[in-house]
Structure formats: C-alpha cells, structure tokens
Design a protein around this ligand. Structure first.
Ligand code: MN
Length: 133
C-alpha cells in the first residue's frame, strides 16, 4: 500500500534522482539525505516507515549511520535497508551486523526496486520481531 514515508540516504545525485522518481511513481513520500548527519536529523524529525541507506557516504559511512539510528531510542524501530554496490557476501553481513534488515543491490533495477522496497515495508508474517506500526 502506497503513501508510506521513506528516508532515502544517498550521496550520488543520479542514484538519488532515480530512486526518488521510482518511489514517487509508486506513491511513496521520500525524504532525501546526502550525509549521515542529515539522515539522523531527518529520521528523528519525520520518523519514516523505512530508511534506505547507501553504505558509501562521504564522511561517516552508512554502517555507522545505521548503528547511530539503532542506538537512538527515537529511531531504533525504523527498519534500515542497505543500498549497496558491493556484491561481496562479507559486506552484506557487515550491513546486517550494523542493524540493517536487508539490502538492495545497486545499480538500481528500475523494474524490481519498488517491489524490493515494498517487501521490506510489508515483511512476511513469520517475521514478527519488528514494530507493528
Ligand atoms: Mn554513495
């Protein structure tokens, strides 16, 4: 169901524009952050339903930003999905260890991206450990 508010953390303007375009077309409201500090600020201010986190950011990387979000009681329950160009299993594990619920591979697959996002917004019923809102 569309209308959910997402926070997109991505420093690359082309990736950001593409993700924003695809998500907006599917009815999502998307806040944009280009740095970790901005991400934290927007997450606290808007409490989005989901955060899409580029792992490679200038300054503080996405792993550290995810850990900040998870350590902050205000934002800890918001699921964070890593956006990663890394194909290595170790990096995916690192993202999960930082607190991400999963990852979406870059380059962004224009057909599959909205469905991948939707998947994390509406996890299967068996996955009941998260917040129910
Ligand atoms: Mn990046």
């Amino acid at each position: 169901m569309a209308g959910e508010r997402l926070l997109l953390v991505e420093d690359n303007p082309q990736n950001r524009r593409l993700a924003q375009f695809l998500l907006k077309a599917h009815g999502y409201l998307v806040y944009e952050a280009t740095t970790g500090e901005e991400a934290l600020e927007l997450a606290r201010a808007h409490l989005p339903e989901l955060i899409l986190m580029d792992l490679q950011l200038p300054g503080v990387d996405g792993y550290a930003v995810t850990r900040w979000l998870k350590e902050d009681a205000t934002t800890a329950a918001i699921p964070v999905v890593a956006l990663t160009a890394y194909a290595m299993q170790g990096d995916r594990e690192k993202a999960l260890a930082a607190g991400c619920v999963g990852y979406i591979a870059k380059p962004i697959d224009t057909k599959g991206f909205p469905a991948a996002v939707q998947h994390y917004l509406a996890p299967p019923r068996a996955q009941g450990e998260g917040a129910s809102s």
